[in-house]
Design a protein around this ligand. Structure first.
Ligand SMILES: [Zn+2]
Ligand SMILES: [Zn+2]
Length: 235
């Protein structure tokens, strides 16, 4: 049962065939994490310790705000703000006594500020979970011919997710499985890249007066598809 719960999202994402499977999984994890943090987890001490310590990036603050659970969000930010203020207080005190603000203190403060504004619990959680899903992907790829076929029939993996997947295939597939996997990935990259290029070419031509591409269905979301291929799901 546990095995099925872990493999089902990966199988579904690979079978969806309209997007990089790991971008699809990342979107799912992102939504689940945001809902969880604003739900009962706001009151769970271990989660509060983590949200207080790490905080969120701008994109995820926007997503948290968009959920419109202002009470849960405010509670979370109330203790996050206090944690950051407490962490910075010793170094900030040095500002009012310039003689005490040594180069060492200044470096420590810069590090603390970078930490306070540079980390995101949701981004870190998504990266960990996508990594685990890639391990499950490799297990399915080793053991299930149907899964290999489903993957080969899809659009493949975006350029954002490909480096880690390639790293994992080095250690988790046998040499012959790896050859098969890399051949599939190479075909997908060539095919998806070429299609995205042709669609974008058509879109650019469609802006010209009297263009034959004005009603070409391939121009719809051509820009979104190209960016999503290059950077992972963005639109
Ligand atoms: Zn991706
Ligand atoms: Zn984030």
């Amino acid at each position: 049962m546990k095995d099925h719960l872990e493999t089902a999202p990966v199988i579904d994402a690979v079978r969806s065939h309209d997007l990089c499977p790991f971008c699809r999984l990342r979107e799912m994890i992102e939504q689940q994490t945001v809902e969880r943090y604003l739900g009962g987890a706001v009151m769970e001490p271990d989660i509060r310790i983590r949200t207080n310590a790490v905080g969120f990036c701008r994109t995820h603050h926007q997503l948290l705000m968009a959920q419109k659970d202002y009470h849960g969000y405010a509670l979370m930010m109330q203790t996050r703000l206090k944690t950051v203020a407490d962490q910075l207080a010793p170094a900030v005190k040095g500002f009012s006594a310039p003689g005490l603000l040594s180069f060492k203190n200044m470096s420590a403060l810069q590090r603390q500020l970078n930490d306070a504004a540079g980390r995101c619990l949701i981004c870190e959680n998504m990266a960990d979970t996508v990594g685990r899903y890639m391990d499950i992907f490799m297990k399915l790829y080793r053991e299930d011919e149907g899964f290999r076929q489903d993957f080969a029939n899809g659009p493949g993996v975006c350029l954002r997710d490909l480096p880690l997947l390639l790293q994992k295939c080095q250690t988790q597939l046998t040499p012959s499985q790896r050859r098969d996997f890399l051949k599939t990935v190479s075909n997908q990259l060539t095919g998806t890249g070429a299609t995205a290029q042709e669609d974008l070419d058509a879109l650019c031509s469609s802006f010209h007066y009297g263009s034959e591409h004005k009603n070409n269905p391939r121009i719809n979301e051509a820009l979104e598809r190209a960016v999503n291929f290059l950077r992972g799901k963005t639109f």
